[in-house]
Design a protein around this ligand. Structure first.
Ligand code: NAD
Ligand code: ZN
Length: 360
């Protein structure tokens, strides 16, 4: 068991990472608030891991809401089902919510916890690799609106995160591999020695070697928690976490979400490095090194067939309108160093994306 303390404006919270934390139950029980809790999960995760969680938490759990799985269901109806569950169970401010699942469950349950009675505690128990290295940490919660992803949400830090790496054994290969793009992203943003370690350990990580999983997930939690601690509400360096994401969001949505988030991030990381190289901000060796690691994880590195650069640019610009600034991109300068820069003019970006359609 490895425990990190994440620092927030409202004090620290623990992030526990370990093998078998659901089965042992100790870390989970130590995270419980004094009052009763509601468990929120989805039907896939419920079938696999809910019994172990309920066993561990015992009488503290007064009810469970089982949501339909998938991004399609990260909507107002799901949020209301959790709120209804909280009201029916009579959860008060001394109780809270336990979110057992991937990023979708964590975001819905977290937003319900943020809004019910103006905020009750949420314990995040992430069950996907993506949620363990990214979504469960940092306190962003949201649901989708028909007009776009994550349009309705709140900052609401968890009271604890309990990441049991043993539950990853049941995750399918595509979901598992796609999250490795986020792992690589964390290393590029902040830590050259972690990146070198990943180059050594990638095969073990792909084979789900338990010691390697533990070390990698733990390091990612540490990196994300440190970045968020310095900038909880994303006015500065938290934006670094968006490395590759302007491209990725455009690719995901243009593909109708048939490309998974992590897969789109993989392409986005390579595009960011290619653009950085073109702008004279990084070397071709850096681009090669990043792309080589993603390829070894069998992740895509070029814009998928059939997506037009014109459409991608439109989507990138739309994404940016929401934050009121012009289009800015996070670009890698070296392993462990990124910069937030104004994007090149539209014409230049368009030409760049046309070039990026061809395999390297
Ligand atoms: N809040 C944040 O900071 C943040 C950061 C990144 C992503 N996100 C959000 O996270 C979501 C994506 O999360 P995700 O990739 O975890 O997807 P997900 O929650 O949809 O999970 C993927 C699939 O795996 C299943 N699953 C979950 N755990 C499993 C397990 N242990 N074994 C077998 N199947 C399992 C789920 O039922 C689902 O079908 C997106 O909505 C994204 O916006 C949020
Ligand atoms: Zn991401």
């Amino acid at each position: 068991l490895i425990t990190h303390l994440a620092h927030t404006d409202h004090g620290p919270y623990p992030i526990h990472v370990g093998v078998g934390l659901l089965a042992s139950g100790t870390a989970l029980r130590s995270a419980l608030p004094p009052g009763a809790v509601l468990v929120v999960t989805d039907s896939n995760v419920a079938a696999l891991h809910l019994p172990a969680l309920l066993e561990a938490l015992g009488e503290a759990v007064v009810a469970t809401v089982v949501l339909e799985p998938g991004e399609d269901n990260k909507d107002f109806a799901a949020w209301q089902r959790v709120i209804d569950g909280l009201i029916d169970a009579g959860i008060s401010r001394d109780g809270g919510v336990v979110a057992l699942g991937g990023g979708v469950v964590g975001d819905i349950a977290g937003f319900a916890a943020a809004t019910y009675l103006r905020g009750v505690p949420v314990i995040q128990v992430p069950t996907t690799l993506l949620a363990q290295v990214d979504a469960a940490i940092g306190g962003k919660t949201a649901i989708d609106h028909p007009a776009g992803k994550n349009l309705v949400g709140a900052f609401h830090q968890p009271s604890a995160v309990v990441a049991d790496t043993a539950v990853l054994a049941t995750l399918d290969d595509r979901q598992y591999r796609s999250a490795i793009a986020e792992v690589i992203k964390h290393a590029i943003i902040s830590d050259a020695s972690f990146f070198a370690q990943l180059e050594q350990d990638l095969d073990g990580l792909l084979d789900r070697d338990s010691a390697i999983q533990l070390a990698v997930i733990s390091r990612c939690c540490e990196i994300k928690a440190a970045i968020v601690a310095d900038d909880e509400h994303e006015v500065g360096q938290r934006a670094w976490l968006n490395l590759g994401h302007s491209f990725a969001h455009a690719i995901e949505s243009a593909s109708g979400f048939t490309v998974l988030h992590g897969e789109a991030v993989s392409v986005g990381l390579v595009l960011a490095a290619r653009l950085a190289m073109r702008l004279g901000r990084c070397s071709s060796a850096l681009l090669e090194r990043i792309a080589a690691l993603l390829v070894r994880a069998r992740l895509p590195t070029t814009v998928p067939e059939g997506l037009s650069p014109e459409d991608l640019i439109k989507r990138m610009a739309h994404d940016k309108k929401r934050d009121g600034s012009g289009l800015r991109l996070v670009l890698p300068e070296d392993i462990g160093r990124v910069a937030l820069v104004a994007a090149p003019p539209r014409g230049e970006l368009l030409e760049f994306l046309h070039g990026a359609k061809d395999p390297r």
